[in-house]
Design a protein around this ligand. Structure first.
Ligand code: AKB
Length: 331
């Protein structure tokens, strides 16, 4: 059986050779610091370079290499790749679904023009490149129950449109130029140490903060809105496992991954097992319209079959770890 990560036959990384040197763009978002910690553990602190346009916290700055990188500035990216001898690029910079609708021109610049730079850069320097996609790359015409890897994609948000574009462009560069492009479509990601910014699934993080603070939780989605979700440790592990899967095992370049699907009513019930007094009200806003076009249950059976994807956290175990992490952090 194939153990993800056990056999690595990439052009860039050999088990007995030098570890890969990895650049993470947009690394001050929800996923970047966790991924940097995971990759630094595997490949060494100095081999993972975090980057963003924001001034880092002292903690981030002390954790390992951190540089300024504006993904809209091609020369700036070239300079980093050359100076740090980068092999792999994880491209996290993006505006999420809800915030993208509030500033479409900016979303086009960051999510589409930024991606063009990243693709050209990766081609020019022969980088392995990972770009996250999302359940938001599907739309109202897609099957919403057990949405498979290949289905109609006609998203209605600029975020979704930009992610379909990223999937298609990455696959095109792979076939045309041999670029080692890898992409996972993530569901809503739930994390304790970092906040999501401007997504439609953010409520599933907010509820934990409100519960622990003894505050009223007002949900912007209807109680019966089912969406695919995943705990951050599973998300980051799936990313790493796909990143190191030998090329011959990848039957496609874009895979769905998920762990669970729940509604606001179901997560409320799970959180109330820990905080029975939590008060909840529902006031759907524009994000409801977005959620209503997204998959309810995601079919990730191909990732499970081709490179051994397995999730660990379900709704109850995710609630346990979220509360123990938030308590440990003194939230
Ligand atoms: C969002 O809600 O926009 C993101 C996503 C599911 O891609 N969390």
């Amino acid at each position: 059986t194939h153990l993800p990560g056990a056999v690595v036959t990439s052009r860039h990384y050999h088990p007995n050779g030098d570890p890969p040197r990895i650049l993470i763009t947009g690394s001050l978002g929800q996923l970047g610091s966790g991924l940097a910690a995971l990759l630094r553990e595997k490949y060494g602190r100095e081999n993972v370079i975090m980057s963003d346009i924001i001034k880092p916290s002292k903690e981030t700055w002390k954790s390992g290499p951190y540089v300024f990188a504006d993904i809209l500035d091609f020369k700036c990216l070239q300079e980093i790749v050359v100076t740090y001898r980068i092999d792999w690029l994880v491209h996290f910079s993006a505006l999420l679904s809800a915030i993208g609708e509030q500033n479409v021109p900016l979303a086009i610049r960051v999510n589409i023009e930024g991606l063009h730079n990243v693709m050209e850069l990766s081609k020019q320097y022969d980088l392995r490149v990972f770009v996250p996609s999302t359940i938001g790359a599907f739309g109202p015409d897609s099957p919403r129950d057990f949405t498979p890897n290949v289905a109609i994609q006609r998203p209605r948000t600029i975020y979704g449109v930009s992610k379909v574009h990223a999937e298609l462009l990455g696959e095109y560069y792979h076939h045309k130029f041999g670029l080692d492009f890898r992409c996972l479509r993530f569901p809503g990601v739930i994390s304790a140490d970092t906040q999501p910014g401007g997504g439609t699934t953010d409520y599933a993080v907010q509820i934990f903060h409100d519960a622990i603070a003894g505050e009223h939780f007002e949900c912007y989605l209807r109680p019966d809105t089912r969406l695919p979700m995943m705990y951050i440790d599973d998300c980051l592990r799936s990313l790493w496992e796909m990143l190191v899967t030998p090329e011959n095992l990848l039957k496609r370049r874009t895979y769905n991954v998920t762990a669970m699907s729940f509604t606001p009513a179901e997560i409320v019930a799970a959180v109330q097992k820990h905080f029975p007094d939590l008060k909840v009200s529902y006031r759907p806003d524009d994000r409801q319209k977005i959620a209503d076009t997204w998959p309810k249950v995601f079919d990730d059976s191909e990732a499970r079959r081709d490179w051994g994807w397995r999730h660990v956290y379900d709704l109850p175990s995710m609630c346990d770890i979220m509360f123990s992490k938030l308590r440990a952090a003194g939230v």
